[in-house]
Write a protein that binds this ligand. Structure first.
Ligand SMILES: [Ca+2]
Ligand SMILES: [Ca+2]
Ligand SMILES: [Ca+2]
Length: 244
């Protein structure tokens, strides 16, 4: 917290019928804290200005995910994104996406009725591509969009309750897996998430670059995107600790 202290010397000059005006003078020292834009009164890592702008008070917990988009309030502050906006961007042609937290209505058709998505929507289950009838926040989904772009915005009251607050689990099956994550751990690097499993998991993880229409190597995992991960030898349970 940065505080700038100002010294005000206030000289009160009182004039009364009995005393000459210059005979009463008082010095008062006043200190004031002036916001520089980086003030963080509740010391939670999010500045007062930012919290007040988005929430109107300082009452939000840094670790919570107010809008349910998979990023904590603190992570949204650090990324300079809107902590009250859960939006999923779709682009023309193929998109490899996921949902961080499920909408109450998980059926695909109502969710996409207002945008020009060409059915079916695909996901990957037990080593084959299958059409999806519902979304799963821990799976990647392929969606083909005929428009230039579209945004799916999910309001907070349209979301299901979060699935675990401190950690959540997913299972990698032997072979290829098309996964996503529901909440971003503090350390989202792939080597950290799959730590101690290096012997079993091919360390290269792929995601889809919609701009160039090709796969690219991923270094970190983010919600709202799908990732291909390959387990060489066996089914592997993965626990993701959000606070790690
Ligand atoms: Ca704060
Ligand atoms: Ca969020
Ligand atoms: Ca957000």
């Amino acid at each position: 917290m940065t505080a700038i202290r100002y010294l005000f010397i206030i000289i009160l000059i009182q004039g009364t019928p009995d005393l000459p005006a210059s005979s009463v003078s008082t010095s008062i020292f006043v200190s004031a804290t002036v916001s520089t834009g980086k003030t963080d009164h509740d010391d939670d890592g999010m500045t007062d200005d930012w919290e007040l702008d988005y929430f109107g008070d300082l009452g939000q917990d840094a670790e919570k995910d107010f809008d349910g988009d998979g990023y904590s309030n603190l992570q949204e502050f650090q990324k300079n994104t809107d902590p009250q906006d859960y939006s999923l961007e779709l682009h023309q042609d193929w998109n490899l996406i996921s949902f961080a937290r499920l909408p109450k209505n998980t059926y695909i058709r109502p969710e996409f009725a207002r945008i020009n998505v060409k059915p079916p929507i695909w996901t990957w289950d037990n080593n084959i591509m299958v059409t999806a009838s519902e979304f799963d926040p821990l799976l990647g989904h392929w969606i083909f969009l005929e428009n230039d772009s579209a945004t799916i915005k999910i309001e907070k009251d349209q979301l299901q309750a979060p699935n675990g607050t401190g950690s959540y689990s997913l299972t990698l099956r032997k072979g290829w897996n098309l996964i996503s994550i529901a909440r971003v751990p503090k350390n989202a690097y792939i080597q950290s998430i799959f730590k101690d499993k290096d012997a079993d998991i091919i360390s290269t993880v792929w995601t889809w670059d919609w701009k160039n229409g090709q796969y690219v190597l991923a270094k970190t995992l983010e919600p709202l995107r799908g990732y291909w991960v390959y387990s060489k030898t066996r089914d592997i349970p993965i626990t993701i600790n959000i606070k790690d």
